[in-house]
Design a binder for this molecule. Structure first.
Ligand code: FDA
Length: 502
């Protein structure tokens, strides 16, 4: 074995990884987590840890020389993006031709950059996508456990009605209701009490200072403050940052050997070393975990991996769109970075769950923005590109069309009742619907296909998948609660059956 050995190694520090670390640590298993991004705990001179959203600096973005914000333009002006120095920043946009995937980089993964919406899927839909997972157990035990561990909380409906920061959501709600659609409050892991105090100017602003996709300086219960803090608190879990796993091989005796590349925050390679593990858990996210196994299979390092590895990837049906508001319906210059309301049209023949999203631009935008989650049956496949030594996603732009069609039926009706139109100036050209990026990459190592029903990789003992790559391309709502709850369920079984206490 390599000199550097740990009984358990977890790759990544996102939701699946964090759950797994806490449960291994609490069971007394010495565990090392390897995270390619940095730990976000060292404030700059001005006291901020994360970059400002409106004038982003290098902390915003993972090694690019220009930011790549989701809303490319406003009135076709490229106002959103700024030149920056390459750095181990917190938000990455990974491009595969027709599809770009946003992911978080750093200790906490996506929890550092996401909108904090903590939504449990409709039970009937969950039973449809993962029919062989016991739904009674998930809804009775693991979803509630996930929410309590994540620190999910609810907006006070009375405050919501009066908050200036949610005027944008009330304007969108009025239009949805007039067209006959239902809206629902969305639970969050952003602390709504903190937000109230932000509005009252009692504490430094974060959600109310437009912060979200480049990290929140305050208020958000990201994983580093919940699961990962608890995991490290067991005394059995250590996190190594700026450490990217490049390769996985397996020795004759079954030990896994990882090639780990260490960098500094500027991207200089400090060295490549080997580390070994008895139990190896993949928590590098849908893109990261899938790439590692596609590479291992196709380079012959883990030759027993099957055809299911790399398949069943989807965007959770993501489609973004904006509507133009009437002049008499201003939303005001202050929009909370954290959504709190969604349009629930999931009961339709072509279901839509649309988050009413902020445009936290700090000025009146006359726009209502939505991130709609639809039931898009299209799936992509990852293939290994030996020249680039990278897994490449095969996804065609037309595969976004079912998402557009479903969203269009809902929002055409809203526009027709309101006498409003779409915004054509938000996505860099004149399209009204953006399906060329996703915030919700899911699948690639689907539960029950690339793995057994608990995430054990088919063909290999002591190799597990814990993250969003287990979910078959769609979960019908924002996915992190599903990922967390499924990871809780899986690690409970694996601890009981596979991992001997030390
Ligand atoms: P996740 O992607 O969180 O973590 C993977 C980690 O592994 C990362 O830290 C990465 O750096 C690391 N890694 C990858 N490859 C590696 C390697 N080879 N070696 C070492 N480390 C490696 N969801 C939701 O439910 N509600 C919401 O409001 C939102 N909003 C939202 C906004 C934005 C802007 C984004 C980008 C995403 C969201 N999401 C969301 C999605 C949510 O954040 C996402 O589904 C989860 O973070 C996925 O969790 P995972 O555990 O799968 O991996």
């Amino acid at each position: 074995a390599a000199a550097d050995h740990s009984p358990a190694v977890i790759i990544g520090t996102g939701y699946g990884a964090a759950v797994t670390a806490l449960r291994l640590g609490a069971a007394g298993v010495p565990t090392v987590m390897l995270e390619m991004g940095k730990l976000w705990n060292d404030p700059a001179e001005d006291g901020t840890t994360f970059s400002d959203m409106l004038s982003p600096d290098r902390r915003s973005t993972w090694f690019k020389d220009r930011t790549e914000a989701p809303l490319a333009s406003f009135l076709w002006l490229d106002v959103a993006n700024h030149d920056i120095d390459p750095y181990a920043g917190v938000l990455d946009r990974v491009s595969f031709g027709d599809m770009s995937v946003y992911v978080g980089r750093g200790v906490g993964g996506g929890s550092l950059v996401n909108g904090a919406m903590a939504v449990i899927p409709k039970r009937s839909y969950f039973e449809e996508i993962l029919p062989r997972v016991d739904a009674d157990e998930m809804y009775g035990q693991y979803f509630p456990l996930a929410n309590s561990m994540l620190g999910t909380n609810h907006v006070d409906p009375e405050w919501f009605e009066t908050s200036r920061a949610y005027r944008f959501a009330r304007v969108s709600r009025k239009a949805a209701h007039r067209a006959g659609f239902r809206t629902t409050f969305v639970p969050s892991v952003y602390d709504f009490d903190y937000m109230r105090r932000e509005e009252a100017e009692l504490v430094p602003r974060s959600a109310l200072a437009s912060e979200v996709v480049y990290g929140n300086n305050h208020g958000k219960r990201s994983l580093d403050k919940s699961y990962l803090a608890a995991a490290v608190g067991t005394g059995n879990v250590t996190i190594r940052t700026l450490s990217e796993v490049r390769d996985i091989t397996r020795q004759q005796d079954g030990t896994y050997v990882l090639e780990v590349r260490r960098i500094d925050e500027l991207g200089n390679v400090l060295g490549v070393h080997q580390m070994s593990a008895k139990h190896l858990f993949l928590g590098a996210g849908s893109l990261g975990s899938t790439e590692l196994l596609v590479r291992a299979r196709d380079t012959g390092k883990l030759p027993e991996l099957g055809e299911a590895v790399g398949r069943g990837w989807g965007t959770n049906g993501n489609v973004m769109l904006g509507r133009a508001n009437h002049a008499w319906d201003p939303v005001g210059p202050l929009e909370s970075g954290m959504p709190a309301l969604g349009i629930d049209a999931w009961d339709r023949p072509d279901p839509v769950f649309a988050e009413i999203a902020p445009v936290p631009a700090g000025l009146e935008t006359w726009a209502s923005l939505y991130l709609a989650i639809t039931r898009n049956p299209e799936r992509g496949t990852f293939r290994y590109d030996p020249g680039a030594d990278r897994a490449v996603l095969q996804w065609d732009v037309d595969q976004g069309q079912p998402s557009i069609d479903a969203a269009k039926r809902v929002f055409d009706r809203i526009n027709s009742v309101e006498g409003t139109s779409y915004r054509y100036d938000l996505f860099g050209d004149t399209r009204a619907f953006e399906t060329r990026f996703t915030y919700h990459p899911l699948g690639g190592l689907v539960l029950g296909e690339a793995t057994d029903l608990y995430g054990r990789v088919a063909g290999y003992d002591n190799l597990y998948v814990t993250d969003g790559s287990l979910i078959p391309g769609s979960t019908g709502v924002n996915p992190f609660v599903t990922i967390t709850a499924l990871a809780e369920r899986n690690i409970a079984r694996i601890l009981a059956e596979d991992v001997r206490r030390t």
